[in-house]
Design a protein around this ligand. Structure first.
Ligand SMILES: [Zn+2]
Length: 67
């Protein structure tokens, strides 16, 4: 993971530990989660909690759940 900033590397490592293995789906899920959070953060009130509804049980779901 040499191209990722250290903060993202640590987050990805925690996702791998949560998920149980490293796989492309997990990396994709992390990128989707971070992009979604960035997109929605401007419209989110400080006391609001984001909830994701993910219509798959593929590996990327764990990254979205963890992030
Ligand atoms: Zn996986």
């Amino acid at each position: 993971m040499p191209d990722l900033p250290l903060e993202k590397q640590k987050l990805f490592q925690k996702c791998v530990e949560f998920h149980g293995h490293l796989c492309p789906g997990l990396a994709f899920g992390l990128q989707a989660a971070l992009a979604g959070m960035e997109f929605l953060s401007e419209a989110q009130a400080l006391d609001e909690e984001l909830v994701a509804i993910v219509e798959t049980d593929a590996c990327g779901t764990d990254a979205i759940q963890f992030t």
